[in-house]
Design a protein around this ligand. Structure first.
Ligand SMILES: *[C@@H]1O[C@H](CO)[C@@H](O)[C@H](O)[C@H]1NC(C)=O
Ligand SMILES: *[C@@H]1O[C@H](CO)[C@@H](O)[C@H](O)[C@H]1NC(C)=O
Ligand SMILES: *[C@@H]1O[C@H](CO)[C@@H](O)[C@H](O)[C@H]1NC(C)=O
Ligand SMILES: *[C@@H]1O[C@H](CO)[C@@H](O)[C@H](O)[C@H]1NC(C)=O
Ligand SMILES: *[C@@H]1O[C@H](CO)[C@@H](O)[C@H](O)[C@H]1NC(C)=O
Ligand SMILES: *[C@@H]1O[C@H](CO)[C@@H](O)[C@H](O)[C@H]1NC(C)=O
Ligand SMILES: *[C@@H]1O[C@H](CO)[C@@H](O)[C@H](O)[C@H]1NC(C)=O
Ligand SMILES: *[C@@H]1O[C@H](CO)[C@@H](O)[C@H](O)[C@H]1NC(C)=O
Ligand SMILES: *[C@@H]1O[C@H](CO)[C@@H](O)[C@H](O)[C@H]1NC(C)=O
Ligand SMILES: *[C@@H]1O[C@H](CO)[C@@H](O)[C@H](O)[C@H]1NC(C)=O
Ligand SMILES: *[C@@H]1O[C@H](CO)[C@@H](O)[C@H](O)[C@H]1NC(C)=O
Ligand SMILES: *[C@@H]1O[C@H](CO)[C@@H](O)[C@H](O)[C@H]1NC(C)=O
Length: 376
């Protein structure tokens, strides 16, 4: 009797331990594609270049930018076990959910199992069932050495609370709480719970992958641009337009994307012109008088052309908050005129075509107290 109970308890325990967590897929109704992030906690000591290879990040600089690391960081930079590295990738929305767009691709090694690949190699960012589903594997136990598997990382392109955000897939650590995660990533508990369809924070478990929205800088990048929507969160940077342009996002710059010519050598030939019409300004340049500034901003690219846009701003007359003013070195500008001065003389009707999504317009009801629930 006693041993039977023990057996039952043990088997229950093992179910708890081995039960796959809920599907991690994030809601995604916009798109079709955008850039997104996941936080990868490396199980072993490794290097940045090994992580770049594992996740199929094309450009090492993109990996550095997503982690706010200096461009001079060497590729063999070592990464300690349990360190978190932010992985940038392209997200594709389809049928209401978002997953990484046919990357990364993992080649099955000797002695690999799907569970090991999902839970250990990719540190729980996907479940083995998700890998199985997107790769049409009928029997999870039948994978072959050398077989290529598409690893579907969870992501989204949706706006949150009508703001542009970068969706960040965060693996919940034991000992953390929803409140703590919200605080760390600059969002609110309510937003996190609603976005992740969690009615009770107590249901959140270590190992769950949370969709965390990171506020993104606004930009004038056109929706016809190959990198649209170019979403960058505070403190990160990215190279775009075939590495010709470097853009960065700082909250101190009023959440406006700042781009400049990268000055990098491009593999094939030179970068196309980056001037703003006949203004004499190139991307990143600005002229300013006391209270009137004109900036030549990056507005996107196609194969052969980089678009520019003259953005005029006047300084805010109501900017007397001392605590804020003391923190920023630039004057505060109110961006109130946007002139699209495309290099190509093209009739581009710039009516606001950006879709607005209002998924979260229901008020969130939480009957929970404001006590923190610590995840075990
Ligand atoms: C990285 O590579 C450089 C040379 O390419 C070498 O000098 C350095 O010791 C390496 N660092 C590590 C941590 O392996
Ligand atoms: C889309 O999702 C629905 C349920 O969410 C599912 O029944 C349907 O098979 C999916 N379609 C595709 C093409 O995956
Ligand atoms: C980490 O190291 C351990 C022991 O060296 C090894 O068994 C395991 O497969 C490694 N994990 C990964 C993801 O490489
Ligand atoms: C999986 O199977 C479906 C239908 O059987 C097919 O449409 C799809 O292309 C397959 N996907 C892959 C990755 O092979
Ligand atoms: C949210 O979760 C509830 C159960 O907790 C489920 O019935 C519902 O379908 C979920 N909604 C979405 C949009 O996933
Ligand atoms: C943005 O990042 C900087 C450091 O990179 C930090 O000092 C600042 O507080 C952050 N701002 C917000 C709103 O998160
Ligand atoms: C760019 O390439 C030119 C020759 O193709 C070379 O002279 C120059 O040093 C390179 N610049 C950088 C920054 O690598
Ligand atoms: C760059 O040039 C190489 C060889 O000259 C060619 O194979 C490659 O397709 C070119 N890449 C692009 C993006 O034009
Ligand atoms: C524009 O910016 C570039 C660097 O991005 C600089 O070299 C150039 O002198 C600037 N031009 C003007 C007119 O300010
Ligand atoms: C700002 O500059 C534009 C031309 O660049 C000019 O038309 C406008 O009057 C100026 N505004 C102020 C407040 O100086
Ligand atoms: C861009 O280049 C790709 C392949 O090089 C081509 O398929 C595509 O049609 C081009 N797009 C434009 C707008 O020229
Ligand atoms: C920051 O930008 C917003 C619009 O994006 C504008 O309404 C606000 O006035 C700006 N704040 C400052 C201090 O310039």
């Amino acid at each position: 009797m006693g041993s039977a109970t023990l057996l039952l308890a043990l088997s229950f325990l093992s179910v708890l331990i081995t039960a796959p967590r809920a599907q991690a897929s994030f809601k995604c109704s916009s798109g079709p594609t955008c850039n997104a992030l996941v936080g990868y906690v490396s199980p072993n000591t490794t290097t940045l270049s090994a992580i770049q290879t594992l996740f199929g990040v094309k450009n090492f600089r993109t990996l550095l930018g997503a982690n706010s690391l200096p461009a001079s960081t060497p590729t063999n930079q070592s990464v300690a076990a349990k360190d978190k590295i932010v992985i940038p990738f392209r997200c594709r929305c389809s049928n209401g959910t978002g997953i990484s767009n046919h990357r990364p691709v993992y080649t099955v090694q000797k002695d690999d199992g799907l569970y090991h690949i999902a839970a250990e190699v990719f540190a729980g960012l996907v479940t083995y069932q998700e890998i199985q589903a997107v790769n049409n594997i009928s029997d999870a136990n039948l994978i072959e050495v050398g077989q290529e598997l598409w690893i579907p990382l969870p992501c989204s392109c949706d706006e949150v609370n009508e703001s542009k955000v970068v969706h960040y897939g965060h693996v919940v650590e034991s000992g953390s709480s929803v409140a703590e995660i919200a605080e760390k990533y600059g969002t609110t508990e309510e937003t996190l719970l609603e976005l992740n369809n969690i009615t009770d924070p107590k249901n959140l478990k270590a190992g769950d992958v949370l969709d965390v929205p990171l506020k993104a800088c606004t930009s004038v990048v056109k929706n016809t641009s190959l990198d649209y929507p170019l979403l960058l969160s505070n403190g990160t940077y990215a190279y775009t337009a075939n590495n010709c342009v470097k853009c960065q996002c700082y909250s101190a710059n009023n959440w406006t994307l700042q781009c400049e010519q990268s000055g990098l050598n491009i593999t094939n030939g030179t970068c196309p012109s980056m001037e703003c019409g006949s203004s004499g300004l190139s991307i990143g340049n600005s002229t300013s008088t006391t209270c009137n500034r004109t900036t030549c901003a990056y507005a996107g690219y196609t194969n052969q052309t980089i678009f520019t846009s003259l953005v005029e701003s006047t300084c805010s007359s109501t900017n007397n908050a001392p605590s804020y003013a003391s923190k920023i070195t630039l004057p505060s500008w109110r961006w109130n005129f946007v002139f699209i001065v495309s290099q190509l003389v093209m009739l581009y009707l710039h009516h606001s075509q950006e879709p607005r999504f209002q998924h979260f317009n229901k008020s969130f009801r939480c009957h929970c107290q404001r006590e923190e629930y610590i995840i075990s």
